[in-house]
Design a protein around this ligand. Structure first.
Ligand SMILES: C[S@@+](CC[C@H](N)C(=O)[O-])C[C@H]1O[C@@H](n2cnc3c(N)ncnc32)[C@H](O)[C@@H]1O
Length: 283
């Protein structure tokens, strides 16, 4: 089979076995095992796969057909135009989280040397993107998972910002509250917010492969944010902002959790669903 026949075959094979998988996955997997990006795959072959490439491609197709997320198979995910390494220790960064990063950039762009905390950093998607796009920023990133912090550190290094991102292991913002005199301009949080009862109904690709501690937010999905709010109040300077990604429908409950002392705005994602809460700390 030539390349285009392989792609047609693989797209059909995946579509029949794994919901949501198809040609895009076939192209990414073929690109991965031939060492070519998508455009190069079409532009400059190879015309045929070597027996080794054929065997590798078949193995990758099998994994994808079994429901393993594409990004775990290739080991990469693009976020904010940057390349992130991902594996089973971290949540795969989602496009909707770019809204949080964009809002943070808008808030911080005029500060001469912003200090940012990213809580539950996972792959480091938020922390590393902010460090790349805000050259004078100092970023502190926490996670409860040592495996996630290892991946995040690697992502900071390969994106050239390791010197400006400090990683600390611990519960929410606790590792930063220990630093004498520490105050942040912004705290970014994409913490687990799926209500526990909804976990069994998630797509198998998510439910069976991504880390449960990156998804489960307790009975109403807001357990982590309930504990985070008082910590953020202590950590932020007056006028500092707390950005929290949420699931659609959680805005009103989170407003109530925040209570007085915050100026709160809720923003929709590109699909028009509630996705982000911005809370400005008032004196
Ligand atoms: C939804 S994932 C988000 C990862 C990343 N920030 C992103 O946007 O792609 C949530 C992350 O929070 C971490 N986490 C869960 N509970 C935590 C806690 N109590 N303290 C710190 N991090 C926690 C998980 O390990 C996971 O990496």
């Amino acid at each position: 089979m030539n390349i285009s026949q392989w792609l047609n075959y693989a797209a059909g094979y995946l579509a029949g076995r794994c919901a949501g998988a198809g040609r895009v996955d076939a192209e990414a997997l073929l690109g991965h095992c031939t060492g070519r990006d998508r455009a190069a795959l079409y532009r400059d072959g190879p015309d045929r796969l070597s027996p080794g490439q054929e065997e590798t491609f078949r193995r990758l197709l099998e994994r994808r057909a079994g429901g393993e997320p594409l990004a775990y198979i290739t080991g990469h995910k693009e976020f904010m135009g940057l390349d992130f390494l991902v594996g089973p220790a971290v949540l795969i960064p989602r496009p909707e989280t770019e809204l949080l990063v964009e809002k943070a950039l808008e808030i911080l762009k005029d500060l001469p040397a912003p200090v940012v905390a990213d809580v539950g950093t996972g792959s480091g998607a938020i922390a590393v993107s902010l460090a790349v796009f805000l050259e004078s920023a100092r970023i502190y990133a926490t996670d409860i998972s040592p495996g996630a912090l290892e991946v995040a550190r690697e992502n900071a290094a390969r994106n050239g910002v390791l010197e400006r991102v400090e990683f600390r292991r611990g519960d929410l913002l606790e590792p930063l509250l220990d630093i004498p005199g520490f105050k942040a301009d912004l705290a970014a949080a994409n913490l687990p917010y799926v209500p526990s009862s909804e976990i069994p109904g998630l797509m198998p690709e998510v439910r069976d492969h991504e880390p449960r501690e990156a998804l489960d937010g307790g009975p109403d999905g807001l357990d982590h944010y309930r504990r985070l709010v008082p910590q953020a109040r202590e950590l932020l300077r007056d006028g500092g902002r707390l950005l929290m990604e949420i699931a659609p429908g959680q805005g009103a409950a989170l407003r109530e959790i925040l209570g007085p002392g915050w100026r709160v705005e809720v923003f929709p994602d590109l699909a028009g669903r509630e996705r982000l809460v911005k809370a400005e700390k008032m004196n």
